[in-house]
Design a protein around this ligand. Structure first.
Ligand code: CP
Ligand code: NVA
Length: 300
């Protein structure tokens, strides 16, 4: 039987996603109370990183340790992956020795090829197209602060990137309305937008989009791998900064999120990210709890 993978949020049903989110908050409470819970004793997670990371690495590694298991860090720089060993061969070998594999890479097709040849669950820890683990944390965070997100208005401001695509998936699974505000030429994948058109609208004006928002989310202008576009993007995105004036158009109790790392003064101002309505620190911490819930779901 082929293993259960988590390559995009759509690998979970709506009910399964809700179950993982609720469990994430339970695991958080248990962790805070000091309850020892080790369902993954002697189990091993391989973590393959072809891009940089702080939150993702620390949360998966800490999560595995807290669950009584172990995590192995592999980078393309010092494994045979970086020397051209085929993905398919790497998948067969690595998955024969561990219980799950987490991958952060560039093309989504790479993680799909790995998963197709893996005998254990594969978790997407960010590709150029999706970042589903971050969405688990974001949705857990919204739920903890404001209750159910169903029927709410979520506004994505900025690049139609991997995070934005995962927000589109979340809108479908959790029934919220997503308005995406991005500069012309930086829209999300059109096929994805068309597929979930009943949940998603794309505008090219941030002010119009943010009106009556319950949650405003942004991300860096240039993602990993786009560093050489930074200067052009700074110009193209100049009217897509989340600042106090923009937030004042949202609902009074609107939350602000950012997956981090953030560039203060570029996509978000300091007074917004460091304001009490910003839940970025909870969002970052929840990576730990949400991914523990995911690991438990996939492996127990
Ligand atoms: N948000 C996020 O994935 O952070 P890292 O790049 O630090 O893992
Ligand atoms: N969109 C960003 C997210 C970083 C967590 C990137 O891909 O670099």
């Amino acid at each position: 039987m082929s293993p259960r993978h988590f390559l995009t949020l759509m690998d979970l049903s709506s009910d399964e996603l809700k179950q993982v989110l609720t469990r994430a908050s339970e695991l958080k409470k248990m962790h805070r109370e000091g309850t020892q819970y080790q369902p993954l004793k002697n189990r091993v997670l391989a973590m393959i990183f072809e891009k940089s990371s702080t939150r993702t690495r620390v949360s998966f590694e800490a999560g595995m340790a807290q669950f009584g298991g172990h995590a192995i860090f592999l980078s393309s720089r010092d494994s045979q992956l970086g020397r051209g060993e085929p993905i398919e061969d790497s998948a067969r070998v690595i998955s024969s020795m561990v219980d799950a594999v987490m991958i952060r890479t560039f093309e989504h097709s790479k993680i799909a090829a790995f998963a197709a040849n893996s005998s254990v669950p594969v978790i997407n820890a960010l590709t150029d197209d999706f970042h589903p683990c971050q969405l688990l944390a974001d949705m857990q965070t919204y739920q903890e602060h404001r209750g159910s997100i169903e029927g709410k208005k979520v506004v994505w401001v900025g690049d139609g990137n991997n995070m934005c695509h995962s927000y589109i998936n979340a809108a479908e699974l959790l029934n919220f309305n997503l308005v995406i505000a991005c500069p012309v030429g930086y829209e999300p994948n059109q096929q994805l937008v068309d597929k979930y058109a009943h949940r998603v609208a794309v505008l090219n004006n941030a002010q119009d989009a943010v009106k009556n928002a319950d949650l405003v989310v942004t991300d860096v202008f240039a993602s990993m791998g786009q560093e050489d576009e930074q200067e052009k993007r700074l110009q193209d995105f100049h009217s897509f900064q989340v600042n106090k004036a923009l937030m004042s158009l949202a609902n009074q109790d609107a939350l602000f999120m950012h997956c981090l790392p953030a560039h203060r003064g570029e996509e978000v101002t300091t007074d917004v990210i460091d304001h009490p309505d910003s839940v970025v620190w909870d969002e970052a911490e929840n990576r730990l709890h949400a991914q523990k819930a995911l690991l438990e779901f996939l492996l127990c």
